[in-house]
Design a protein around this ligand. Structure first.
Ligand code: PEP
Ligand code: MN
Length: 359
């Protein structure tokens, strides 16, 4: 069996989009129960209550989670408020303790997904279970590693799977804590439309103000759910305080988001027409690119015969300026056009490189 064949019927038992919410970390029984109570009373439609019991922290000597005692609090949350529960597992001991405490959904954190030994250990500890297991993207932008983690789980007959898009680390200073790199998540979604994808806006943003926008973007492209950190007193949270929101703020946010359907019945004709036009244009774009590359090859030959360097900075500037001007005139974003032309130019250099090396 391969990942494409998974049915993932587990998701059908949930209201869509599935909202998983709760504190970054379990801190005390009262913090857990108060957060759960307020989530229940709000109209955020939360179906799964999350809380980290063991916390992978960047530096030592900080708060590393309350440990197994927190599993009792998760149990109480389930008994008193009827939520399903979820926590992160990062080794076999965590798995055994979480299963023993009947946690309903387990997830593998971003720092674990990067390590095949860790994932293998977790997968073996989970062998054959039918509880849903969600795999966060690895901290580094590596799609194969993300898919590999799911394959390790499937290899141990864990067949109820999902993924969480929590963004990727970067050394650059950006408005995100972890840049979303939507393309990687969307590539995943295209390859495995049968594997439910959750957005984790909390760890992407690292702040409260960006959460709604990122969640909306994810729902616009058909994500099945969201995992969002919510705490009864966010400013006092022991971990990730700056990105947590109260249950009431969470409810307002969820209600402000437009949930889009992925079912297009009723619009097939209209959609069909537009899609045909788009396919036609895509075809023309490919034809044009192919013609452009053929001309590039001719230039490559000329450069080779005359011993001219492939990359001519002046030439790239002319192309980039022209593209920027055209982007302005046609009302498209400058960044978008620059990205497209950079990609074309890079490929063109690649084509010329091959000519230089080959003949
Ligand atoms: C978390 O969800 O609290 C967490 C530690 O996330 P990540 O693995 O994405 O850093
Ligand atoms: Mn967190």
């Amino acid at each position: 069996m391969n990942l494409n064949e998974l049915e993932n019927n587990w998701i059908k038992g949930f209201e869509k989009p599935v909202i998983i919410a709760g504190p970054c970390s379990a801190e005390s029984e009262s913090q857990m129960l108060e957060t759960a109570k307020r989530l229940k009373e709000s109209d955020a439609d939360v179906s799964v209550f999350r809380a980290g019991i063991w916390k992978p922290r960047t530096k030592p000597n900080g708060f590393e989670g309350v440990g197994v005692i927190g599993l009792n609090w998760l149990k109480k949350v389930k008994e008193e408020y009827g939520f399903k529960t979820a926590t992160e597992v990062a080794n076999a001991h965590h798995v055994f303790a979480a299963l023993e405490a009947d946690v309903d959904v387990l997830w593998i954190g971003a720092r674990s997904t990067v390590n095949p030994f860790t994932v293998q250990e977790i997968a073996q500890a989970l062998r054959g279970i039918d509880k849903p297991v969600l795999v966060k993207n690895p901290v580094n932008p590596d799609l194969a590693l993300w898919i590999g983690a799911l394959e390790r789980l499937l290899g141990q007959d864990v067949k109820n799977l999902g993924v969480i898009h929590r963004g990727f680390s970067t050394y650059q200073k950006t408005k995100y804590r972890n840049i979303p790199n939507w393309q990687i998540a969307l590539d995943f979604k295209h390859q495995f439309p049968n594997i439910p994808m959750f957005i984790d806006p909390s760890h992407i943003c690292g702040n409260r103000t960006g959460l709604a926008g990122v969640t909306q973007e994810a729902f616009n492209v058909g994500y099945e759910g969201a995992i969002i950190e919510s705490h009864c007193n966010p400013d006092e949270a022991w971990s990730d305080a700056s990105q947590q929101i109260t249950p009431e703020v969470l409810a307002d946010m969820i209600n402000s988001i437009q949930i889009r359907k992925s079912d297009i019945s009723g619009y097939e004709d209209e959609m069909g027409k537009h899609r045909t036009l788009i396919s036609d244009l895509d075809f023309q774009l490919i034809e044009l690119l192919s013609q452009r590359m053929k001309i590039s090859e001719k230039i490559g030959t000329l450069k080779k015969e005359n011993n001219i360097a492939i990359f001519q900075p002046e030439r790239w500037r002319i192309i980039a300026d022209y593209a920027a001007q055209k982007a302005n005139e046609s009302g498209m974003s400058h960044e978008f056009i620059e990205k497209v032309f950079k990609a074309i130019h890079e490929e063109s250099i690649e084509v010329q490189n091959k000519i230089m090396i080959n003949k």
